[in-house]
Ligand binder design. Sequence first.
Ligand code: UDP
Length: 372
Amino acid sequence: KKILIAFGTRPEAIKMAPLINEFKHHKNKYEVKICVTGQHRELLDQVLDFFEIVPDYDLKLMKSKQDLSQLTAAVIEGMKVVLDSFNPDFLFVHGDTTTSTFAALAGFYAGVKVCHVEAGLRTYNLSFPFPEEGNRQLTSRLAYLHFTPTAIASTNLLKEGIDPKHICLTGNTIIDALLFAIEKIEKNKYLQIEDLKQLISQERPVVLVTCHRRENFGQNFEQICSALKHIAETNDVQLIYPLHLNPNIHDTAHKIIGNVKNINLIEPLAYPTFIWLMKIASFIITDSGGIQEEGTALGKPILLMRTCTERPELADSGLVKLVGSDPKGIIDEATILLRSQKRSQSVAIQSSPYGKGDSAKQILNVLDTHIL
Ligand code: UDP
């Protein structure tokens, strides 16, 4: 059978990498080709390097000042050419990006069976600007197989009328990727990690910060920056913030917190460096999905700068606390965590609602049964 795996952003690449590597053990059964849209360029390439993935097709779609509609049109057109040329039986897409949804639509139009990895996440909040929720709901309408990370996600799909035979609970491949990265970090020396060690204080607690979501652009992000400034100026702490390249984030952050004591704004980190940093952080302030999944697997408390979540299992676990973008909420909760913790030590992986790191294997097992 012919398999096409399409993705375009950093988180999709990280979560698809274990699946791509698993397919390599089944070359007798599957002919696999990788298509990247390049929705994120530099961030995507860092991940491809680390996981040693060489795409067969690269649509190179990233353009400055491109809006979502223009990107959508480009993904559909670009994917059509690839689908026509390779003619796959199954198309794998991941999550909730413009790439995944509109690659899925192109696959659907071409009569290819679409397999959605990390299916069934929901906030049911479709108000502007939440493109991710719209994207993942649309993909669920188009997909043939739905690989869900949790029972909650499976239940969401069942309630939406999806045939239970096509909903497959397989955990989240992020745990596979995390275990792979931890093992590689232990075995190899990474220059970027060595450089970062020079920057990191030995005495002060390290707080890792990231922010990139559309819902936090603009005034919300200015408030977030003012909260970070307050935390950094009033505590003996070190905030390390690898900045997303999106100009809405990058330029505002430099303006407001570019020169604040105890804050280090740095470039986006390669995946192994980022995992290393998560391991030594006392806690994490973020609006990211993947970082919540990895951070909690490493036992790190997380302040989530959002007002809703499609990962209720993490909020229920007590490790993730929703603080929104209001400075008071962020500052109060950070202060509590700073008071309750000393500098955190490197930690081992803990039990996670997303499985034990064998999701890619499970997905392949399911696929095997569907091609019989
Ligand atoms: N990540 C990384 N380098 C960084 C920041 C994040 O490799 O400087 C990884 C992180 O470990 C996680 C993924 O990128 O696996 C999360 O991506 P992002 O926060 O951009 O997207 P989301 O998960 O919210 O879709």
